[in-house]
Design a protein around this ligand. Structure first.
Ligand SMILES: Nc1ncnc2c1ncn2[C@@H]1O[C@H](COP(=O)(O)OP(=O)(O)OP(=O)(O)O)[C@@H](O)[C@H]1O
Ligand SMILES: [Mg+2]
Length: 165
């Protein structure tokens, strides 16, 4: 069977809109079957807005206050809305082998959502994501492309498509 692919492209004129897209994604994620862990990859160059989007997502799920960028801890766990959310930033991963020590793959269990910045650093140590977000600089703010990589991801994407910002 061919992998399902569908891309939704969203524009974010400013940081508030990036956060709003994160909040929309939160609602779409909650509609997904919690038994299936979801891996969400966030790609884009430095300062593209990955952490900003995650901040909007976590706030929408009830996280009070600012989001700590897991630049040094690499993983920041949250328990929100009945889900185990792990916000990861692999920018400082020196070698994909380090992922084994981090136990990232073990975090892909029921009720978990993994949000991974700089997933490229993991090489092939991380399975293909259910949803791949690509954030890019645009003349006005950013453009965010969301691509489904699995049936579960496709279901989330459909939700996102039905409720545009
Ligand atoms: N749509 C947007 N338009 C303009 N600025 C934005 C937009 N979204 C986010 N920003 C701003 O971009 C800056 C960098 O954002 P952020 O830290 O989220 O990037 P990042 O992709 O996580 O970077 P890094 O790779 O370093 O982790 C912040 O100042 C944020 O407010
Ligand atoms: Mg970041």
């Amino acid at each position: 069977m061919r992998e399902p692919t569908l891309t939704l492209t969203l524009a974010a004129a400013d940081a508030a809109q990036t956060r709003a897209i994160g909040a929309q994604l939160a609602a779409a994620l909650l509609a997904a079957d919690p038994a299936e862990p979801l891996l969400v990859a966030l790609s884009g160059e430095l300062g593209a807005g990955k952490t900003t989007l995650v901040g909007g997502l976590l706030a929408a799920l009830g996280h009070p206050g600012p989001v700590r960028s897991p630049t040094y801890s690499l993983i920041e766990p949250y328990r929100l809305a009945g889900r185990d959310i792990h916000h990861c930033d692999l920018y400082r991963l020196r070698d994909p082998d380090e992922l084994e020590d981090l136990g990232l793959r073990d975090l892909l269990t029921a009720r978990s959502v993994l949000l991974v910045e700089w997933p490229e650093r993991a090489g092939d140590r991380l399975r293909p994501p259910d949803l791949a977000l690509q954030l890019e600089y645009a003349a006005q703010g950013r453009v965010i492309a969301v691509t489904a990589g699995s049936v579960a991801g496709l279901a989330v994407l459909e939700r996102l498509r039905l409720e545009p910002a």
